[in-house]
Design a binder for this molecule. Structure first.
Ligand code: UD1
Length: 419
């Protein structure tokens, strides 16, 4: 088990440039999309994070070859060796469910383990299944596995009852190879969904309304190969923006896309943080006093649930009380108990966290419980006086590429240690 140790005298002086990696949540569906064609799909700017290795293991089991050189990944799924995604892999990474739609659409059958429990609350996949059923798939559940079968999916008119990123991605991929037209309503509009659709269009998919609430997909018989650049990781960028806001000095984020971060930047400016935006760069300067504010998570372009834990740390340092309302996932407050160990004053009432600031944080040993919770503990460790040790950092490795190296490059005293 590895741990991360951070030493701090209170607020640090962080200065310099940090390169933002490719988006984890954009690359995972792009990899699954390679199952839609026998030709090669080449992805550039791929982040080297654990979730990418997990989905590549899954792809290998299904018969897809892959080669990863630096940050360029080439995939080739000439034929299927298996159509089963095991419980072991789906449990390790819920996004494994993204192979369901493409595998069913191309091979006529897909067997995927039900994801089950998850650290951030129940995360059903009923909306994925309802969509496929509407397209003519027969679904059965046995021994914890869903079997989906359809010799040829057919177009349908599907309204997602709730915005779902993974659901929209799964169904749009399946619709590209269905017979006839599929209309998708109330689609998730996250940049990662849009990026997937752009890849599908390059592969020959006929999608109208990319990035919009309603998409129309006219199915084709076959898709072909394509090359695609993975968009910058807006959550990694947001995490570094909060690091800059909490500390002194100024950080330049390079290869970021400010357009994907407008709500986060707006909220940071509201807190009193100086944020300057150029085309693919963002400069953040901290050190001033931080104002409290209320934040509610919502689907894109609203405030992202994946930035909630990091902002909570910022608000522990604000002069006054803030309320954070989490509307996307219930029980996504597992970081609160750990932040309490560091001296924060936070009370959880249902879907709300009341953060009373400003509380000086003091270092302690804490435990990472999920990916974004881990990021929030790193941010807290940067401003907690003394030596903070974060246990169970494998959650962090799922989604952040070289975070310690990047922070060390900015002047933080952070080190990975083996237990
Ligand atoms: C994706 C992101 C995750 C992010 C989340 C919300 C990836 C790999 N992960 O997760 O980082 O936090 O979007 O922005 O891209 N729901 C249902 N039934 C379904 C599907 C979803 O009720 O069939 C609910 C969920 O429980 C949740 C909400 O819809 O309350 C949104 O979930 P969804 O957008 O599907 O999240 P993911 O795609 O799993």
């Amino acid at each position: 088990m590895e741990k991360i140790r951070i030493r701090s005298e209170g607020a640090l002086r962080l200065n310099g440039r940090v390169k933002i990696s490719g988006s984890k949540n954009a690359v995972l569906p792009a990899i699954a999309a390679a199952l839609l064609t026998r030709e090669k799909v080449r992805l550039r700017n791929v982040p080297l994070v654990k979730d990418v290795h997990t989905i590549l293991t899954l792809m290998k089991g299904l018969g897809a070859d892959s080669s990863l050189r630096r940050n360029t990944l080439t995939l080739e799924a000439e034929k299927f060796a298996s159509t089963e995604a095991s419980y072991e892999l789906v449990r390790a990474m819920r996004a494994s469910i993204l192979v369901l739609g493409p595998m069913l659409a191309r091979s006529g059958k897909a067997v995927v383990a039900l994801p089950g429990g998850c650290a951030i609350g129940t995360r059903p996949i009923d909306l994925h299944m309802n969509g496929l059923q509407k397209m003519g798939a027969r679904l059965t559940l046995e021994h914890g596995y869903i079997t989906a079968e359809a010799s040829k999916l057919r177009g349908a008119d599907i309204t997602f009852e709730k915005k779902t990123v993974g659901g929209t991605e799964n169904i749009v991929m399946a619709a590209c190879l269905a017979r006839g037209e599929t209309v998708l309503r109330n689609c998730a509009r996250e940049p990662e969904v849009e990026s997937l659709c752009r890849l599908l269009v390059k592969m020959g998919g006929r999608i109208e309304g990319v990035g919009e609430d309603v998409m129309r997909v006219r199915g084709v018989d076959e898709l072909g190969g394509a090359a695609h650049d993975i968009i910058p990781d807006r959550i990694e960028a947001g995490t570094f923006l909060v690091a800059g806001a909490l500390n002194q000095g100024s950080i330049d984020l390079v290869d970021a896309d400010p357009a994907h971060l407008s709500t986060v930047i707006e909220r940071l400016r509201f807190s009193g943080t100086r944020v300057e935006v150029k085309k693919d760069r963002i400069r953040v300067a901290g050190g001033g006093s931080i104002l409290p504010q209320d934040i509610t998570t919502s689907p894109y372009p609203g405030f992202p649930t994946d930035m909630q834990a990091q902002f909570m740390v910022l608000l522990t340092q604000a002069a006054g009380t803030s309320i954070i309302t989490e509307t996307i996932f219930e029980r996504r407050f597992s970081h609160v108990n750990e932040l309490l160990r560091l001296g924060a004053n936070i009370e959880v009432l249902g879907d709300k966290a009341i953060v009373r600031g400003r509380t000086p944080l003091s270092a302690a040993e804490v435990m990472a419980t999920d990916l974004r919770a881990s990021a929030s503990l790193i941010l807290a460790g940067l401003v907690a006086k003394g030596e903070t040790v974060i246990n169970d950092v494998e959650h962090l490795d799922r989604g952040y590429e070289n975070i310690e190296d990047k922070l060390r490059g900015l002047g933080a005293d952070i080190k990975r240690i083996s237990a």
